[in-house]
Write a protein that binds this ligand. Structure first.
Ligand code: BV8
Length: 259
């Protein structure tokens, strides 16, 4: 159980800081019904390693199987709704213009649907498609025009459609990682929510913030690989703790957050 004083300290800093960076991982969307990345390997997928499926080699080895995995996850994302944690982040950002940067490892669109469209997406967008390789004929075809199949392929050159996510072994979008690192260096408080801290380079952002002088608070019901980078570790969930940490001080009267 978190001491009320710890929650009060982090809450006070969040509301006093001129720059706040929130870094989220799959646990941010768990209470919206989207399994965390490593929990996603349940049911049909339990015998597969996500790092194998979420890779170009894995896709080339069995395009139909990986495409089916993403199709199932896409259905889950479309059926999910932002939880109280997503809403608390977006409302905090709207109340304090110019203060908040949200960086996510998640490939769902729940931060955006909660009202924070400027979310920095390190690992891409599971609901978007791209080509597996540049067109051998140099054409700029649209993946959406590929005939429906599992996976769809270009009717002209056979190029496969793939999800527009960053697979293991692939570089992160330069703009996204540069913006995320700038936010980590420039913030006074970094809130790290729902990540195991297992995946790099995202896992390095908390340490970068701390070394740049920021205070770091982790929100996670379980230990993570980056707990040592935090000044505070709050054992709790995104939907449970973020409204208490980021909720409107004025709406709660004297900012009382209860026990
Ligand atoms: C790269 C898109 C250059 C696909 C994903 C340095 C050291 C070691 C390895 C490497 C390194 N640098 C690069 C690597 C290799 C690799 C890597 O990090 N491997 C690790 C696993 C050892 N990284 C890469 O390949 C990256 N590319 O660096 O390119 C390069 C390449 C090779 C070698 C050197 C350099 C690309 C990484 C991007 C991979 N793509 N997603 C898809 O989704 O299908 S990552 C995937 O994992 C998801 O995006 C997910 O978000 C992300 C991270 O996992 P988490 O978000 O933390 O999720 P997880 O399930 O692990 O944990 C959930 C947490 O939530 C838990 O802690 C749980 O307790 C908590 N939780 C649960 N419920 C709640 C909660 N918290 C709050 N509230 C709750 N209710």
């Amino acid at each position: 159980m978190n001491a009320p004083t710890v929650i009060a300290e982090v809450r006070a800093l969040a509301h006093a800081a001129r720059r706040v960076c929130v870094l989220t991982g799959a646990g941010m969307s768990a209470e919206s019904g989207i399994p965390t990345f490593r929990d996603a390997m349940t049911g049909l997928w339990r015998r597969f390693d996500p790092e194998q499926l979420a890779s170009e080699a894995g896709y080339r080895a069995d395009p139909a199987r990986v495409w089916a995995w993403y199709a199932e996850r896409r259905d889950g994302v479309r059926a999910a709704v932002p939880n109280a944690g997503h809403v608390a982040i977006a409302e905090f950002g709207r109340r304090r213009p110019g203060v908040l940067t949200v960086v996510t490892q998640n490939v769902d669109d729940l931060h955006q649907r909660a009202g924070w469209p400027q979310t920095i997406r390190l690992h891409g967008d599971i609901l978007a498609d791209q080509w597996l390789q540049p067109c051998p004929r140099g054409r700029a075809c649209d993946p959406a025009d590929a005939p429906p199949d599992e996976p769809p392929a270009c009717a002209d050159c056979g190029n496969l459609v793939r999800p527009a996510v960053v697979w293991f072994g692939e570089m992160l979008p330069e703009g996204a990682i540069d913006a995320a690192e700038a936010a980590a260096r420039g913030c006074e408080l970094m809130l790290v929510v729902g990540t195991s801290g297992a995946v790099w380079p995202a896992a390095g952002l908390a340490g970068r913030a701390r070394r740049s002088g920021a205070k770091v608070a982790i929100v996670n019901p379980h230990p993570s690989e980056i707990d040592d980078e935090a000044h505070w570790v709050l054992r709790g969930t995104a939907a449970g703790l973020l409204p208490r940490l980021l909720g409107d001080l004025h709406r709660d009267g004297k900012g009382d957050i209860g026990a």
